[in-house]
Write a protein that binds this ligand. Structure first.
Ligand code: ZN
Length: 206
């Protein structure tokens, strides 16, 4: 029994904000303290191979790919693990309610759960599961990247390409962290550009 058993630690924020590095740092500290640590990440996140979590500063950790929280529960029931880390929770395919339920079950088993996940998508809309987890966690850190446009703390991961799907894996270079003001400005510019394109194609048809 240690002070973090049965506790939920959440690292959230935009892309490039250091969430995964913080998850890595936490898990590494528990490992140094000789706790049994297991790391997981959703199979949808294939960027660095299925069996490792890699931070932007290139530190790595072995992990188990999961397609559902049920696999974490199963592992927690059968293997000796005291600390459970999950990266990119927003990519889990289970319904947010199911994810929260599974995490609560892990906490009831006195596991320490450390999560990292994006708070919002590229439009500034919250990822449901992170929205559910934020109030119920014991420790919450919202991390910030630096606004690529003006240098203050960033707020959102802005997608520079025209791709509008909510999740596009392996396209990190397509994103830049922006603060609220710069995000608003770029969105207005994008909408104006799109309206103009639409107007041009309409006039061409006419
Ligand atoms: Zn800015």
């Amino acid at each position: 029994m240690h002070q973090y058993s049965g506790k939920l630690i959440l690292h959230t924020g935009s892309m490039f904000s250091g969430k995964t590095s913080s998850l890595w740092k936490d898990l590494n500290r528990f490992r140094i303290a000789k706790y049994n640590v297991a790391a997981f990440k959703p199979t949808t996140d294939t960027r660095d191979g299925l069996h490792r979590i890699r931070t932007h500063d290139r530190t790595e950790m072995q992990c188990t790919p999961i397609s559902s929280m049920e696999e974490v529960l199963e592992a927690a029931r059968t293997e000796p693990m005291e600390v459970i880390g999950i990266d990119e929770v927003q990519f889990l395919q289970d319904h947010p309610t199911e994810i929260v339920k599974a995490i609560q079950e892990l906490l009831d088993m006195d596991k320490t759960v450390v999560l990292a996940g994006l708070d919002m998508d590229f439009t500034g809309t919250p990822f449901e599961v992170v929205k559910e987890l934020m109030p119920i966690c014991d420790y919450l850190t919202k991390h910030h990247a630096v606004c690529a446009n003006c240098g203050v703390d960033a707020w959102v991961s802005y997608r520079k390409s025209k791709e509008r799907d909510r999740v596009v894996i392996g396209a990190q270079q397509e994103y830049e962290p922006l603060c609220r003001k710069c995000f608003k400005m770029k969105e207005e510019e994008r909408l104006a550009r799109e309206n103009q394109m639409e107007f041009l194609s309409e006039t061409q048809k006419a």
